[in-house]
Design a protein around this ligand. Structure first.
Ligand code: NAD
Ligand code: UD1
Length: 344
């Protein structure tokens, strides 16, 4: 019983490898390393004391995926592989539809041919668009305002159609809120290339002196302090949610063969609250100035967590201070991410 983890060398995927290996599962990672270093998997092996089977490959290569599923006798897939930058998706929509939508289609075809019919898919709270009510339940209407979000919605629809066609398929669609943090060993974490788009990696680069100050996008939202509110979730909690989803699917314990679940904490924190929490964790001052709102941003976004609690018996445990502390620990131990070691 081996689980194929696509995109397993990336930020969330590498933490998922740790979680699954520590739970006693056998895994094989397939990643084309377009946004990752294979060193993350060496670190996963160091943390868990277990060897990680790794194939450098692309989910769009159906024949190779099929061969890997057969060779490792896989029974399930956890599917992280894909491109994830909203801004980039508006400039390179073809790449986004190709990697995310076509890639998932090829992966499904390979699974179908290999007789592997269980998948967990990384979706995003971005599919809720502008919130009509809060907290966001899984039944909130969906909409997408950029190609990245549309790829997630299209894939969700594809999976529901496949599930409806044959009860032997089993899907867990997990909608992540804002994953941050790092493994508490400081050995694996987020390794953004170029200028980070997301808040937490940007704050860390101000704290360690790589960037002068944070631009806070908007201080005129209808929130307590005027800045945007999000549901940040520790990546280690997030991947434990995947482990539970895998178990529920494997046991056939879900009420249907395709479920959709939010993975968030249910708590919203503003940009300024994040800045203060990171200052506490790092003992560094985070300089910032207010900038205009970023196009496409919503004022507030946080999860309704009841379905995850009931269906998965899972709840996020780590608080904002732990998220900031573990991120800072990772950055201090790896000031150049995986790059320094890769260059040796
Ligand atoms: P990441 O970029 O660190 O990981 C994605 C991995 O997939 C990378 O290792 C990359 O090399 C690999 N990959 C990309 N295209 C591939 C392809 N065609 N074939 C094989 N490998 C490929 O990103 P992440 O933050 O770990 O995100 C993982 C998943 O979760 C993505 O699908 C992303 O859209 C989704 N997600 C992420 C967030 C977030 O804030 N990080 C939020 C919601 C959803
Ligand atoms: C962004 C994406 C979303 C994606 C998510 C996780 C956009 C419009 N949305 O969401 O689709 O699913 O990342 O990858 O890109 N902020 C600043 N200064 C910064 C960066 C961010 O003030 O330099 C603010 C934002 O305005 C927001 C909050 O910090 O209020 C969080 O931003 P971010 O980390 O980019 O996440 P999202 O906006 O939730």
């Amino acid at each position: 019983m081996t689980v194929l983890i696509t995109g397993g060398a990336g930020f969330i995927g590498s933490h998922c490898c740790v979680s699954f290996l520590e739970a006693g599962h056998d895994i094989v990672v397939l990643d084309n390393l377009s946004n990752a270093s294979s060193l993350s998997l060496e670190r996963v092996a160091a943390i868990t004391g277990r060897k990680v089977s790794f194939v450098v490959g692309d989910i769009r290569d159906q024949a190779e995926v099929e061969e890997v599923l057969h060779r490792y006798k896989c029974t399930a897939v956890v599917h992280f592989a894909g491109l994830k930058s909203v801004g980039e998706s508006t400039k390179m929509p073809i790449s986004y539809y190709d990697n995310n939508v076509v890639g998932t289609l090829r992966l499904l075809s390979a699974m179908d041919n290999a007789g592997v019919r269980q998948m967990i898919f990384s979706s995003s709270a971005t599919v809720y668009g502008e919130p009509q009510f809060l907290p966001l339940t899984e039944d909130h209407p969906t909409s997408a305002v950029n190609p990245y979000g549309r790829t997630k919605l299209m894939i969700e629809e594809m999976l529901r159609d496949v599930a409806a066609s044959d009860p032997n398929w089993r899907f867990g669609i997990l909608r992540y809120f804002n994953p941050v943090g790092a493994h508490d060993s400081g050995l694996i974490g987020e390794n953004p290339l170029g200028i980070p788009n997301n808040l937490m990696p940007f704050i860390t680069q101000v704290a360690d002196g790589r960037r002068e100050q944070l631009a806070v996008f908007g201080n005129d939202y209808e929130t307590a302090d005027g800045t945007g509110v999000r549901d940040y979730i520790h990546v280690s909690d997030l991947v434990d949610g995947h482990l539970r989803a895998h178990e529920v699917l494997a046991e056939g314990a879900a009420p249907s063969n395709c479920f959709t679940v939010n993975l968030g904490t249910g708590n919203g924190y503003s940009v300024l609250e994040m800045v203060r929490a990171f200052e506490r964790a790092s003992n560094k001052e985070i300089g910032f100035s207010f900038s205009p709102r970023r196009e496409g941003d919503v004022a507030e976004c946080y999860a309704h967590t009841e379905r995850a609690e009931q269906l998965l018996n899972w709840k996020a445990k780590r608080d904002l201070d732990a998220m900031c502390r573990d991120t800072w620990n990772w950055v201090c131990k790896n000031p150049a991410g995986y790059a320094a070691e890769a260059a040796e």
